[in-house]
Design a protein around this ligand. Structure first.
Ligand SMILES: Nc1nc2c(ncn2[C@@H]2O[C@H](COP(=O)(O)OP(=O)(O)OP(=O)(O)O)[C@@H](O)[C@H]2O)c(=O)[nH]1
Ligand SMILES: [Mg+2]
Length: 223
Protein backbone atom coordinates (compact mmCIF):
# COMPACT_ATOMS: atom_id res chain seq x y z
CA UNK A 1 0.00 0.00 0.00
CA UNK A 2 1.49 3.38 -0.94
CA UNK A 3 1.94 6.02 1.74
CA UNK A 4 -0.85 8.24 0.42
CA UNK A 5 -3.45 5.44 0.37
CA UNK A 6 -2.88 4.38 3.99
CA UNK A 7 -5.92 5.50 5.95
CA UNK A 8 -5.73 6.59 9.54
CA UNK A 9 -8.73 7.05 11.76
CA UNK A 10 -8.78 9.86 14.29
CA UNK A 11 -11.32 10.58 17.00
CA UNK A 12 -12.17 14.26 17.27
CA UNK A 13 -14.43 15.63 20.00
CA UNK A 14 -16.25 18.98 19.77
CA UNK A 15 -16.73 20.55 23.20
CA UNK A 16 -18.27 23.78 24.52
CA UNK A 17 -21.31 25.32 26.17
CA UNK A 18 -24.84 24.99 24.82
CA UNK A 19 -25.68 27.09 21.77
CA UNK A 20 -22.14 28.16 20.80
CA UNK A 21 -22.44 26.46 17.42
CA UNK A 22 -20.76 23.04 17.79
CA UNK A 23 -23.40 21.24 15.73
CA UNK A 24 -23.44 23.94 13.05
CA UNK A 25 -19.65 23.80 12.70
CA UNK A 26 -19.74 20.02 12.48
CA UNK A 27 -22.61 20.03 9.96
CA UNK A 28 -20.80 22.58 7.79
CA UNK A 29 -17.61 20.57 7.86
CA UNK A 30 -19.16 17.15 7.28
CA UNK A 31 -22.16 17.93 5.07
CA UNK A 32 -21.68 21.49 3.82
CA UNK A 33 -25.02 22.59 5.24
CA UNK A 34 -26.08 25.53 7.35
CA UNK A 35 -28.60 24.90 10.16
CA UNK A 36 -30.57 27.96 11.28
CA UNK A 37 -32.71 26.40 14.01
CA UNK A 38 -31.37 25.53 17.45
CA UNK A 39 -31.92 21.93 18.43
CA UNK A 40 -29.84 21.02 21.54
CA UNK A 41 -27.68 17.98 20.94
CA UNK A 42 -27.61 14.88 23.11
CA UNK A 43 -24.75 13.28 21.19
CA UNK A 44 -24.11 12.77 17.48
CA UNK A 45 -21.22 11.23 15.64
CA UNK A 46 -20.09 11.61 12.03
CA UNK A 47 -17.40 10.20 9.81
CA UNK A 48 -15.61 12.12 7.13
CA UNK A 49 -12.77 11.18 4.85
CA UNK A 50 -10.35 13.99 4.06
CA UNK A 51 -6.81 14.39 2.84
CA UNK A 52 -4.32 16.05 5.16
CA UNK A 53 -0.78 16.65 3.91
CA UNK A 54 -1.15 13.94 1.29
CA UNK A 55 -2.59 11.35 3.67
CA UNK A 56 -6.09 9.95 3.65
CA UNK A 57 -7.62 10.48 7.07
CA UNK A 58 -10.95 9.31 8.40
CA UNK A 59 -12.25 11.68 11.02
CA UNK A 60 -14.68 10.25 13.50
CA UNK A 61 -16.26 13.40 14.92
CA UNK A 62 -18.25 13.43 18.13
CA UNK A 63 -20.59 16.42 18.45
CA UNK A 64 -21.30 16.65 22.18
CA UNK A 65 -23.98 18.21 24.34
CA UNK A 66 -23.32 21.65 25.76
CA UNK A 67 -26.36 21.74 27.98
CA UNK A 68 -25.76 20.43 31.48
CA UNK A 69 -28.42 17.72 31.60
CA UNK A 70 -26.75 15.83 28.74
CA UNK A 71 -23.13 15.90 29.89
CA UNK A 72 -22.97 12.58 31.80
CA UNK A 73 -20.88 10.92 29.07
CA UNK A 74 -18.23 13.62 29.11
CA UNK A 75 -15.51 11.66 30.93
CA UNK A 76 -15.91 8.73 28.59
CA UNK A 77 -15.50 10.68 25.37
CA UNK A 78 -12.70 12.80 26.78
CA UNK A 79 -10.80 9.59 27.46
CA UNK A 80 -11.37 8.12 24.03
CA UNK A 81 -10.90 11.34 22.02
CA UNK A 82 -7.55 12.08 20.38
CA UNK A 83 -8.13 15.69 19.34
CA UNK A 84 -10.48 18.36 20.69
CA UNK A 85 -12.17 21.51 19.43
CA UNK A 86 -12.96 23.78 22.37
CA UNK A 87 -15.66 26.08 21.05
CA UNK A 88 -17.09 29.29 22.50
CA UNK A 89 -19.17 32.03 20.94
CA UNK A 90 -17.56 35.44 20.47
CA UNK A 91 -20.92 36.88 21.60
CA UNK A 92 -20.67 35.31 25.07
CA UNK A 93 -17.82 35.82 27.53
CA UNK A 94 -19.21 33.15 29.87
CA UNK A 95 -18.92 30.58 27.07
CA UNK A 96 -15.17 31.27 26.97
CA UNK A 97 -14.89 31.06 30.76
CA UNK A 98 -16.68 27.73 30.80
CA UNK A 99 -14.01 26.26 28.52
CA UNK A 100 -11.37 26.67 31.22
CA UNK A 101 -13.06 24.07 33.42
CA UNK A 102 -13.52 21.76 30.45
CA UNK A 103 -9.86 22.02 29.54
CA UNK A 104 -8.77 21.36 33.14
CA UNK A 105 -10.97 18.28 33.26
CA UNK A 106 -9.54 17.12 29.93
CA UNK A 107 -5.90 17.54 30.93
CA UNK A 108 -6.52 15.80 34.25
CA UNK A 109 -8.12 12.83 32.54
CA UNK A 110 -5.39 12.60 29.92
CA UNK A 111 -2.71 13.19 32.56
CA UNK A 112 -0.83 15.31 30.04
CA UNK A 113 -0.37 18.92 29.02
CA UNK A 114 0.11 17.97 25.36
CA UNK A 115 -3.39 17.17 24.22
CA UNK A 116 -4.10 18.10 20.57
CA UNK A 117 -6.66 20.89 20.78
CA UNK A 118 -7.79 24.10 19.12
CA UNK A 119 -9.55 27.07 20.70
CA UNK A 120 -12.43 28.16 18.47
CA UNK A 121 -14.31 31.48 18.71
CA UNK A 122 -17.44 30.86 16.65
CA UNK A 123 -20.11 33.26 15.28
CA UNK A 124 -17.51 35.68 13.94
CA UNK A 125 -20.18 37.01 11.55
CA UNK A 126 -21.89 38.59 14.57
CA UNK A 127 -19.24 41.29 14.96
CA UNK A 128 -21.76 43.85 16.28
CA UNK A 129 -22.60 41.54 19.18
CA UNK A 130 -19.00 40.69 20.00
CA UNK A 131 -18.44 40.24 23.76
CA UNK A 132 -14.99 38.62 23.60
CA UNK A 133 -12.21 40.63 21.98
CA UNK A 134 -9.69 38.85 19.78
CA UNK A 135 -6.96 39.93 22.20
CA UNK A 136 -8.81 38.35 25.12
CA UNK A 137 -9.34 35.04 23.34
CA UNK A 138 -5.78 35.03 22.05
CA UNK A 139 -4.47 35.63 25.59
CA UNK A 140 -6.42 32.58 26.73
CA UNK A 141 -4.92 30.46 23.95
CA UNK A 142 -1.44 31.66 24.99
CA UNK A 143 -2.12 30.88 28.64
CA UNK A 144 -3.11 27.37 27.59
CA UNK A 145 0.37 26.82 26.17
CA UNK A 146 0.14 28.52 22.76
CA UNK A 147 -2.72 26.46 21.44
CA UNK A 148 -3.97 27.64 18.03
CA UNK A 149 -6.85 30.13 18.13
CA UNK A 150 -9.29 30.49 15.24
CA UNK A 151 -12.36 32.62 14.76
CA UNK A 152 -14.98 30.80 12.72
CA UNK A 153 -18.37 31.41 11.28
CA UNK A 154 -20.44 28.30 10.76
CA UNK A 155 -23.01 30.50 9.06
CA UNK A 156 -20.54 31.76 6.45
CA UNK A 157 -18.42 28.61 6.48
CA UNK A 158 -15.32 30.57 7.44
CA UNK A 159 -12.31 28.71 8.88
CA UNK A 160 -14.46 25.62 9.36
CA UNK A 161 -12.26 23.12 7.52
CA UNK A 162 -9.18 24.80 8.95
CA UNK A 163 -10.00 24.02 12.59
CA UNK A 164 -10.62 20.33 11.91
CA UNK A 165 -7.49 20.03 9.79
CA UNK A 166 -5.40 21.80 12.43
CA UNK A 167 -6.37 19.41 15.20
CA UNK A 168 -5.79 16.50 12.83
CA UNK A 169 -2.28 17.77 12.04
CA UNK A 170 -1.55 17.99 15.77
CA UNK A 171 -2.53 14.34 16.23
CA UNK A 172 -0.35 13.33 13.28
CA UNK A 173 2.57 15.33 14.65
CA UNK A 174 2.08 13.65 18.05
CA UNK A 175 2.21 10.25 16.35
CA UNK A 176 5.42 11.16 14.51
CA UNK A 177 6.97 12.41 17.76
CA UNK A 178 5.90 9.20 19.52
CA UNK A 179 7.46 7.13 16.74
CA UNK A 180 10.72 9.12 17.01
CA UNK A 181 10.87 8.56 20.78
CA UNK A 182 10.14 4.82 20.39
CA UNK A 183 12.83 4.47 17.72
CA UNK A 184 15.39 6.28 19.90
CA UNK A 185 14.51 4.06 22.88
CA UNK A 186 14.76 0.90 20.77
CA UNK A 187 18.17 2.02 19.47
CA UNK A 188 19.28 2.69 23.02
CA UNK A 189 18.16 -0.74 24.22
CA UNK A 190 19.90 -2.39 21.26
CA UNK A 191 23.10 -0.46 21.93
CA UNK A 192 23.16 -1.53 25.58
CA UNK A 193 22.52 -5.15 24.56
CA UNK A 194 25.28 -5.06 21.94
CA UNK A 195 27.67 -3.59 24.44
CA UNK A 196 26.85 -6.20 27.10
CA UNK A 197 27.29 -8.92 24.48
CA UNK A 198 30.69 -7.61 23.45
CA UNK A 199 31.82 -7.34 27.05
CA UNK A 200 30.86 -10.95 27.61
CA UNK A 201 33.05 -12.27 24.78
CA UNK A 202 36.67 -12.84 25.72
CA UNK A 203 38.16 -11.71 22.47
CA UNK A 204 35.88 -8.76 21.99
CA UNK A 205 37.09 -5.18 21.56
CA UNK A 206 35.75 -4.18 24.98
CA UNK A 207 37.42 -7.15 26.70
CA UNK A 208 40.75 -6.49 24.91
CA UNK A 209 40.60 -2.84 25.88
CA UNK A 210 39.95 -3.76 29.53
CA UNK A 211 42.87 -6.25 29.56
CA UNK A 212 45.17 -3.63 28.12
CA UNK A 213 44.09 -1.14 30.72
CA UNK A 214 44.74 -3.66 33.53
CA UNK A 215 48.21 -4.51 32.19
CA UNK A 216 49.72 -1.30 31.22
CA UNK A 217 47.45 1.48 32.26
CA UNK A 218 46.87 4.10 29.66
CA UNK A 219 48.43 3.81 26.25
CA UNK A 220 50.87 6.66 25.97
CA UNK A 221 54.19 6.51 24.15
CA UNK A 222 56.73 9.25 24.30
CA UNK A 223 59.54 8.74 21.81
N1 LIG B 1 -24.84 33.92 13.38
C1 LIG B 1 -24.38 32.70 13.66
N2 LIG B 1 -25.19 31.82 14.30
C2 LIG B 1 -24.70 30.59 14.54
C3 LIG B 1 -23.40 30.19 14.15
N3 LIG B 1 -23.22 28.93 14.54
C4 LIG B 1 -24.35 28.55 15.14
N4 LIG B 1 -25.25 29.53 15.13
C5 LIG B 1 -26.62 29.48 15.66
O1 LIG B 1 -26.55 29.22 17.07
C6 LIG B 1 -27.58 28.33 17.46
C7 LIG B 1 -26.97 27.14 18.19
O2 LIG B 1 -26.17 26.42 17.30
P1 LIG B 1 -25.79 24.88 17.56
O3 LIG B 1 -24.79 24.50 16.58
O4 LIG B 1 -27.02 24.07 17.62
O5 LIG B 1 -25.15 24.98 19.02
P2 LIG B 1 -24.49 23.80 19.88
O6 LIG B 1 -23.22 24.32 20.40
O7 LIG B 1 -24.45 22.58 19.08
O8 LIG B 1 -25.52 23.64 21.08
P3 LIG B 1 -25.78 22.31 21.99
O9 LIG B 1 -26.03 21.18 21.08
O10 LIG B 1 -26.96 22.64 22.84
O11 LIG B 1 -24.58 22.12 22.84
C8 LIG B 1 -28.36 27.95 16.19
O12 LIG B 1 -29.54 28.71 16.13
C9 LIG B 1 -27.41 28.32 15.07
O13 LIG B 1 -28.09 28.72 13.90
C10 LIG B 1 -22.58 31.16 13.45
O14 LIG B 1 -21.44 30.93 13.09
N5 LIG B 1 -23.13 32.39 13.25
MG1 LIG C 1 -25.33 20.79 19.29
Amino acid sequence: MSRSTQQREYHIVVLGSGGVGKSCLTAQFVQNVWIERYDPTIEDSYRKLIEVDGRQVIMEILDTAGTEQFTAMRELYMKSGQGFLLVFSITSLSSLHELTDLRDQLLNLKDSTHVPLVLVGNKSDLEDDRAVSRARAFATSQAWGNVPYYETSARRRQNVTEVFVDVCRQIMEGEREGARVRAAEAYDRGYRRRRRGEEGEEGSTWARRRRRQRRGGTRCSIL
